[in-house]
Design a protein around this ligand. Structure first.
Ligand SMILES: Cc1ncc(COP(=O)(O)O)c(C=O)c1O
Length: 461
């Protein structure tokens, strides 16, 4: 049993941790982080860790950025709060909305601000349903997500999420939410099936599903260009090209959840550019402020806005919004972060660094534990397997990924294990040397896990 420090005990006595397994947490104790600088975090004993997952896929500009801190301080002095309800607004949130309209690919007429990826995806689904109601299609309400897709934990967003871990015990998903194939070629392709054949099959499955449901009842499809919390699942390049025409054929809106993939993560400014498709609407959060402030945005196309505008005489107010929608401090920080992305050419640099990152990741394909290496830009994962040749996973109860993650922590690297997928998503400001050091610590941890797995007799003979 791990020795729990006084600080850890105080935490366990006071915080109800999100996403925790409480018996495991009480046994191991939380990592008590005290400060951050650049891509590094320091715990209560001043041990240093590289933040290899950019917090939760969000701290693109790293920690302790003076310029961003100054911006927040100045904005707090100038205007610490202003809501956007009804006829009220603030110049700073207007400026951020204008900037997003300019940056995000697609034809958007308005931006709705929230505080998290979850509330933004709830907003998306409420918007789609409201839209169909006011244009006289009240039966067109069903939402299609994908198995392993993650869209947050508010009730609609969690219902769109395709993982029962986020449903169990909460009476979710609610009615009207469905989940189609996860586009993971490595695990799900049939023997001898090409990537193209696989994507054709998934598109056919989607079409058959829509027909079975009755296209008149299906409102929207929601997807992350690359699934983050599903385990960094990168679809084949042509996947969205095959899926999108099916949605268009049945007049089903495509919501791109760019909460992780937005703002330079995948080698392009947005994930939909990496996979070359144009969605109807886009969800943004996380790197929008590089996590210096909680902020999310929903990009609203003109046809949805016009429908809501036309209906407003009859419907009255659009009854949706948060006290902190477009909070001026978050807006000022977001604007500053976007300015830094542009001024310092962060996306271009991250794209170049991503080539180096992917090469290093690919070099681990020969490691005895690694079944699949996958990634794009500055996001990637190695999937640990029991038998590389036969593609056999480890039994889930052996918790091999969790063991490896613990080794990474001991070796000064914070990453994430999703099942046995060891995920990396470093801050975009990482240097080439820092990426090198991430892989030194990552590889050492894989080697230690291999030793342990051999000792435990977990590998195939
Ligand atoms: C793709 C995606 N959408 C939505 C969310 C939910 O965001 P939040 O945790 O800010 O509610 C996440 C969080 O990881 C995410 O990865």
């Amino acid at each position: 049993m791990t020795k729990i420090s006084t600080i850890q005990k105080r935490d366990l006595d006071s915080i109800f941790h999100p996403m925790a397994n409480f018996s495991e947490l009480n046994e191991a104790g939380p990592l008590m982080v005290v400060r951050g600088e650049g891509i590094y975090l320091y715990d209560e004993h001043d041990n240093q860790y590289i933040d290899g997952l950019a917090g939760l896929w969000c701290t693109s500009l790293g920690y302790a950025n003076e310029e961003i801190a100054e911006t927040a301080y100045e904005q707090m002095k100038k205007l610490s709060y202003q809501h956007l309800f009804k006829d009220k607004s603030s110049v700073i949130s207007m400026e951020l909305a204008e900037k997003l309209k300019e940056m995000v690919p697609g034809n958007f007429s308005k931006v709705f601000f929230g505080l998290s990826g979850s509330d933004a995806n709830d907003t998306q689904i409420k918007l789609v349903r409201y839209y169909n109601n006011v244009i006289g299609r009240p039966e067109k309400k069903k939402i299609i997500g994908r198995k392993k897709g993650y869209h947050g934990i508010a009730s609609y967003a969690a219902s769109a999420t395709g993982n029962e871990m986020y449903h169990k015990g909460f009476d979710l998903p609610i009615e009207g939410f469905y989940h189609v194939d996860c586009p993971h070629y490595y695990w799900n392709a049939e023997e001898g099936e090409s990537e193209e054949g696989y994507c054709d099959r998934l598109a056919t499955n989607l079409e058959n599903f829509i027909i079975k449901q009755d296209p008149k009842t299906v409102a929207a499809f929601i997807a992350e260009p690359i699934m983050g919390a599903g385990g960094v699942i990168v679809p084949p390049d042509m996947y969205f090209k095959k899926i999108h025409p099916v949605l268009k054929k049945y007049d089903i809106l495509f919501i791109a959840d760019e909460v992780v993939t937005g703002f330079g993560r995948t080698g392009n400014p947005f994930g939909c550019e990496t996979f070359d498709f144009t969605p109807d609407t886009v969800t943004l959060a996380k790197s929008l402020t590089s996590a210096y402030q909680p902020l999310s945005a929903v990009m609203i196309p003109d046809f949805i806005y016009q429908a809501i505008l036309s209906a407003s005489k009859e419907m009255g107010i659009f009854g949706h919004g948060f006290t902190y929608s477009g909070h001026p401090v978050a807006a000022a920080v977001g604007l500053k972060v976007l300015e830094i992305y542009e001024r310092d050419k962060i996306f271009e640099k991250a794209s170049k660094l991503g080539v180096n990152f992917q090469e290093k990741l690919k070099s681990l394909a020969s490691h005895p534990l690694v079944g699949e290496v996958r990634g794009k830009g500055l996001i990637g994962a190695c999937e640990l397997v029991r038998d590389k040749k036969q593609k056999t996973p480890f039994p889930a109860d052996k918790a091999v990924g969790a063991y490896c993650l613990e080794r990474m922590k001991k070796n000064g690297l914070l990453a994430r294990a999703i099942g046995d997928a060891m995920c990396l998503c470093p801050p975009l400001i990482s240097s080439e040397d820092e990426i090198g050091e991430i892989f030194v610590r990552y590889t050492k941890s894989l080697d230690e896990t291999l030793d342990w797995a051999q000792r435990q007799g977990l590998l195939a003979a």
